[in-house]
Design a protein around this ligand. Structure first.
Ligand code: COA
Length: 180
């Protein structure tokens, strides 16, 4: 496994930095909005402050171990969202993202996710990214299509936040076809 030192990324409007324990409270705030968390299959709602703190406290170790790379996305010094690549195994990883609703609709998720996709392929050296969204999350599908992801299939998954089954549209993006 290649060790990737903690990495900062910048885009035209945004700064991305590795998350740490200090980001837990802001993450709790953002995930306290049902419109965010209902789209996050693995998150609980209402969010549990202690669980989120424990999760963020592990992010620096995950990064060092090459298990997951998670970034806080900052706009003018304020954290507006999180983008991560996790479930890393055999050259593949899963892209995920969530932003505060006040920042939606301005292209921030697409802009920041493009930087993370480039990082995953060029710096980490992954050969493929996977992602997926609930079928009622058209905005997320649009973000993935803009990044060049290709539709794979639609499957039934358990959603923790919705406490039930959802239909999830899954996508893949091989490094070899990722737009520059
Ligand atoms: C999904 C999410 C990250 C998008 O963030 P964002 O900053 O608004 O995304 P962008 O502005 O970069 O792009 C959104 C795209 O979706 C489109 N869109 C928004 N709502 C839409 C809708 N209801 N139907 C179709 N397209 C829609 C926008 O027009 C835009 O596409 P365009 O640039 O081609 O016009 C944000 O809504 C979010 O955090 N949601 C809650 C958590 C979540 O869903 N995470 C992903 C889980 S799979």
């Amino acid at each position: 496994m290649t060790r990737i030192p903690p990495h900062h990324l910048t885009t035209d409007r945004l700064a991305l930095r590795p998350t740490s324990a200090a980001d837990a409270e802001r993450a709790f705030e953002i995930q306290s909005d049902w419109n965010v968390t209902r789209m996050l299959r693995m998150a609980s709602f209402p969010p549990d402050r202690a669980d989120i703190a424990q999760w963020f406290a592990d992010h620096e170790r995950e990064w060092a171990a090459g298990e997951a790379y998670r970034f806080a996305v900052e706009l003018q010094g304020r954290t507006i969202g999180v983008i991560d690549v996790d479930e890393i195994s055999q050259g593949e990883g899963e892209l995920g993202y969530w932003f505060e609703p006040a920042s939606w609709g301005r292209g921030y998720a697409s802009e920041a996710a493009q930087a993370v996709v480039n990082f995953a392929f060029r710096t980490v050296g992954l050969s493929q990214l996977l992602s997926g969204h609930a079928v009622d999350n058209a905005a997320s599908g649009q973000v993935l299509l803009k990044l060049g992801f290709r539709p794979l299939d639609t499957v039934q998954r358990e959603s923790r936040s919705r406490a039930g089954t959802i239909l999830q549209r899954r996508y893949f993006l091989p490094a070899s076809v990722a737009p520059e």
